[in-house]
Design a binder for this molecule. Structure first.
Ligand SMILES: [Cu+2]
Length: 120
C-alpha cells in the first residue's frame, strides 16, 4: 500500500529525426517529360488503311481505337478468337487478351491491313 515513489522517470525521449516522410509510392512523376514514346500506348489509330500504334499493351487493357478512314475496319486476331473488334468510322474500343503473347491481326474487310499486338 505504501506508495513506493519510484522516481525512476523513464527517460523516453522519443527521438523523432523529423517528420517521417513515408514515401512508399513509386511516384513516376512524369513532370517535364514532353514525350514518352516508350509508354504503352493503349490507343490505336487506323489511318490510310493502316494500323498505327498500340503495339504493346498490358494484359486485358482496353484499347481505344480511332478510325480516321472513311470505312469501317475490324481488328481481328489471325488465329483463335483472342479478339475480333468491329471499328466503325470514328472511335471504338476493344479489350486486349489477358494472356501475354504476340497476336498478329488483320482487317476482315481489307486483307492487306495487318498489325501485331504484343501483350505483356
Ligand atoms: Cu479495314
Amino acid at each position: 500500500m505504501s506508495g513506493s515513489g519510484t522516481t525512476a522517470a523513464p527517460t523516453l525521449t522519443e527521438q523523432f529525426p523529423s517528420a517521417p516522410a513515408a514515401t512508399t509510392e513509386p511516384a513516376p512523376s512524369a513532370s517535364g517529360t514532353s514525350s514518352s514514346p516508350a509508354a504503352a500506348a493503349t490507343e490505336l489509330l487506323i489511318k490510310g488503311f493502316k494500323y498505327q500504334g498500340a503495339e504493346t499493351v498490358s494484359p486485358g487493357a482496353e484499347i481505344t481505337v480511332t478510325n480516321e478512314d472513311v470505312e469501317a475496319h475490324t481488328i481481328t486476331a489471325d488465329t483463335g478468337n483472342a479478339f475480333d473488334a468491329n471499328i466503325q468510322v470514328g472511335r471504338g474500343t476493344f479489350t486486349a487478351p489477358t494472356e501475354p503473347g504476340t497476336y498478329p491481326y488483320h482487317c476482315n474487310f481489307h486483307g492487306n491491313m495487318r498489325g501485331t499486338l504484343t501483350v505483356k
